[in-house]
Design a protein around this ligand. Structure first.
Ligand code: PMT
Length: 402
């Protein structure tokens, strides 16, 4: 499945905070990603945002009044709770957290939370003094101890005008956290460590110049996010300056030697290594300590020495997936690398196309395996390419484990 939210049933509980307006964006993002979303609001939430907003976004009747029968359902909260794949409460106020801790069921949100067996994720939103109060702190620990996932709050400007911790996490982060939680609950890579590399290495010539390449990191980040969405514990070793994906441990490196050290350190417990990074095969033999000055000479030569072949050298009991960035003889060159790199699969990538390869949001690849198989994929988003590569990783791991 290319989108982890497709056909998933999510109950979104909204409680009474100024951050309630952001629940509309969460709803919209979930619906656009193919989830079936039912919204439950506390009475206090309806002071900040109307049920009509959610009815318009979901084409479903939101739940507010516990005593009003809801269409087809007899006991609406029981049906909602039973059918949910996940319940998210965003924003979750201090009182909603306290209600959950004490098992109260005096509004639609707390009632559904008490009745569901599905994982619960909450996005707290309140003033920093309320967030730091020992009652809220204790409630937070109790909820975490019961397996409730908290996302945020984050530091920033609060409704009171003060700056502090208590601001609800951004809708995009909350949606990512939902994907992570769903992946952990039922993803086919759940609890498996996957190491992913991304971006182009930078090999220093002096403190301000380097030998590099055009890799943006987008392909590697897409693999990291797609693996995370299937429940994997993901370590992303990257040279790219892209924002850290939620729920992924990020290790920043610059050169091929730094990348090699990080790969060697992170791989021992891994089930798979996916090398999407464009690693320089050569580096300047020496990096000047100071910025090199323009000389009188009209020519300047930089001596290069060979870098280690990171994927070929790292050893261990994990699946290795290489990428091959080619400008000619795509399949032939990639097959040669599959052998030399000791990989189980290689993703052949023609980097001369304008809509594929470096820097684009789309890619067109062929996945080659050791049995001579070639899976030719059409142009698709890098996330979709990642899903297809990970389908193969999941199958290899399943074979290994059977
Ligand atoms: O980052 P983007 O802008 O999204 O672009 C994506 C991409 C084009 C960089 C990506 O899809 C890709 O093709 N990555 C591999 C780039 C590359 O270095 O290819 P290569 O054919 O030179 O290397 C083959 C394999 O060996 C790669 O898995 C590489 O990570 C690995 N390698 C290479 C050299 C080296 N010294 N050590 C290595 O481990």
């Amino acid at each position: 499945m290319s989108n982890p939210l497709t056909d998933r049933r999510i109950v979104l509980g909204v409680s009474g905070s100024i951050a309630a307006y952001k629940a509309a964006e969460i709803t919209s993002r979930l619906v656009q990603a193919g989830a079936e979303v039912d919204v439950a609001l506390t009475r206090a939430a309806t002071e900040f945002i109307t049920p009509l907003t959610f009815r318009s976004l979901t084409a479903r009747e939101p739940y507010v009044d516990m005593f009003r029968p809801h269409g087809e359902y007899g006991e609406a909260h029981v049906e909602l709770a039973r059918q949910a794949d996940l319940m998210v409460i965003a924003p979750a106020t201090a009182s909603t957290m306290a209600r959950l801790v004490n098992g109260l069921a005096d509004d639609f949100v707390s009632l559904t939370a008490l009745a569901t067996q599905a994982p619960i994720l909450i996005a707290p939103a309140m003033d920093s003094q309320m967030w730091e109060h020992e009652a809220t702190r204790a409630n937070r620990y109790t909820l975490e101890g019961r397996g409730v996932t908290l996302v945020g709050p984050v530091p920033g400007r609060l409704a009171s005008g003060r700056i502090g911790s208590g601001r609800m996490a951004e809708p995009a982060t909350i949606v990512d956290a939902i994907k992570v939680r769903l992946g952990q609950a039922r993803g086919d890579l759940a609890a498996r460590r996957i190491v992913v590399t991304a971006g182009g290495t930078r090999e220093a010539i002096d403190p301000v110049r380097y030998v590099g390449n055009h890799s943006s990191g987008k392909m590697g980040y897409a693999i990291a996010e797609a693996a995370r969405d299937r429940g994997a514990e993901v370590i992303l070793i990257t040279t790219a300056a892209l924002p850290d994906p939620h729920g992924v441990r990020v290790v920043r490196v610059e050169s091929a030697l730094e990348l090699q050290r990080a790969v060697e350190a992170e791989c021992p417990q891994a089930k798979a290594l996916v090398m999407a990074a464009a690693v320089a095969d050569y580096r300047p033999s020496e990096a000047a300590e100071q910025k090199m000055k323009r000389a009188d000479a009209s020519e300047l030569a930089v001596d290069l020495v060979e870098n280690p072949d990171v994927i070929a050298l790292v050893s261990g009991d994990f699946v290795k997936i290489a990428f091959a960035a080619e400008t000619e003889n795509l399949i032939e060159n990639a097959i040669g690398k599959l052998e030399r790199k000791g990989a189980q699969l290689i993703v052949a990538n023609d980097v001369t196309a304008t809509d594929a390869g470096f820097g684009t949001d789309t890619n067109r690849v062929t996945i080659l395996d050791r049995d001579g198989g070639a899976e030719i994929l059409p142009l698709m988003s890098k996330y979709e390419v990642a899903v297809r590569v990970l389908d193969r990783v999941a199958a290899l791991l399943a074979d290994q484990e059977s």
